[in-house]
Design a protein around this ligand. Structure first.
Ligand code: IPM
Ligand code: MG
Length: 363
């Protein structure tokens, strides 16, 4: 079996962490009897440097022809990078938004899991950390404020900026169905997070998601206001299984959910459409401050590659082998700087990749 995967190395730490994920993938595919045909795709700052825009038509065409895409991260330091002197629609982030839209990647899954070995790195109270947590945020990714009409202009002599938050019932329904499908394979609970006490769009989310919930009597359904959810994530994260939410709320809550696991360098992410295709990337950003230093944590990208094996390539056993190898590395006390704790061995980005590769078990 051979799969076509697109590789977006991107900016900042992107190339370093993707290199480690590819190393692990190459190790696992040989043992599990499949191969990967890789095609490089430019996106973000590196595409701006080459072509003047963050995502070319050619890149979109190439991306569409793949079975899945593995991505590092895009973007640079907004204060110092020349990319941020360009108008917003030509900056690196615009490439990311446009690939999400072009590939119809409406469902963004961001798991938040506290590994036993990292409990001491968890910033929550010891009591909360001891209980552990394992939930996933299902963030709608192609609608809402990110894609609504926006402009800045003078209205009645006053400079005014407008961003529009709009959702239609179809966009909500397909996201809700995805969330219930995921919950069915996990803890059988969906929490819809919204601001229904204020926003019309949130009230539509409640109505449409409520109807989808009625078709899934075996899954517990609840709603929660987003401000309360922000609090509950730090107070009692073990209550959550699948959090379903719109684009902007999901952006914010998923960083919070990542941080409570000890490091944003641990969290994988998958962006899916309604086929098997997906784009897989770490939840964290491009961390330009540590780019090129060989200190970034590649685990989030390696776990994203495992998600790719599971969701897009149907290689579940290979996915488990990667996840088990990551757990084993943590058990063995091997740590990058961001998750370092006393008595552990501190390693570089590529040493972490090697350590995980060494621990991949055969079928
Ligand atoms: C993310 C990022 C992006 C987003 C940025 C880089 C546009 O923060 O993937 O969460 O806001 O979606
Ligand atoms: Mg974000």
């Amino acid at each position: 079996m051979e799969y076509n995967i697109g590789v977006i190395r991107g900016d900042g730490i992107g190339p370093e962490i993707v290199k480690e994920a590819l190393k692990v993938l190459d190790g696992v595919c040989g043992r599990y009897g499949f191969s990967l045909n890789k095609t490089e795709i430019d996106m973000g700052g590196c595409s701006i440097d080459k072509y003047g825009i963050p995502l070319t038509e050619e890149a979109i065409r190439t991306a569409k022809a793949q079975d899945a895409i593995l991505m590092g991260s895009i973007g640079g330091d907004a204060k110092t990078s020349p990319w941020y002197k360009l108008e917003p629609s030509k900056r690196p982030e615009a490439g990311l938004l446009s690939i999400r839209k072009e590939l119809n990647l409406f469902a963004n899954l961001r798991p938040s899991v506290l590994f036993d070995e990292l409990k001491s790195a968890c910033p929550l109270s010891k009591e909360t950390a001891d209980k552990g947590f394992d939930f996933v945020i299902m963030r709608e990714l192609t609608g809402g404020l990110y894609f609504g009409e926006r402009y800045t202009r003078e209205i009645d002599g006053v400079e005014t900026a407008v961003d529009t938050l709009s959702y239609n019932e179809n966009e909500i329904r397909r996201a809700a169905i995805k969330a219930f499908d995921i919950a069915a394979k996990r803890g059988k609970k969906v929490t819809l997070v919204d601001k229904a006490n204020v926003l019309d769009s949130s009230r539509l989310w409640r109505k449409v998601t409520g109807a989808v919930a009625a078709e899934h009597p075996d899954i517990t359904f609840e709603t929660m206001l987003v401000d309360n959810c922000a609090m509950q994530i730090v107070k009692e994260p073990s209550q959550f299984d699948v959090i379903l939410t719109e684009n902007m709320f999901g952006d914010i809550l998923s960083d919070e959910a990542a941080m409570i696991t000890g490091s944003i360098g641990m969290l994988s992410s998958a962006s899916l459409n309604d086929t098997k295709f997906g784009l897989y990337e770490p939840s964290g950003g491009s961390a330009p401050d540590i780019a090129g230093l060989n200190v970034a944590n590649p685990i989030a990208t390696i776990l994203s590659a495992a998600m790719m094996l599971r969701y897009s390539l149907d290689q579940d056993r290979a996915a488990c082998a990667v996840e088990d190898a990551v757990k084993q590395v943590l058990k063995d006390g091997i740590r990058t700087g961001d998750i370092m704790s006393e008595g552990c061995r501190k390693v570089s980005t590529d040493e972490m990749g090697d350590a995980i590769l060494d621990r991949i078990q055969g079928p």
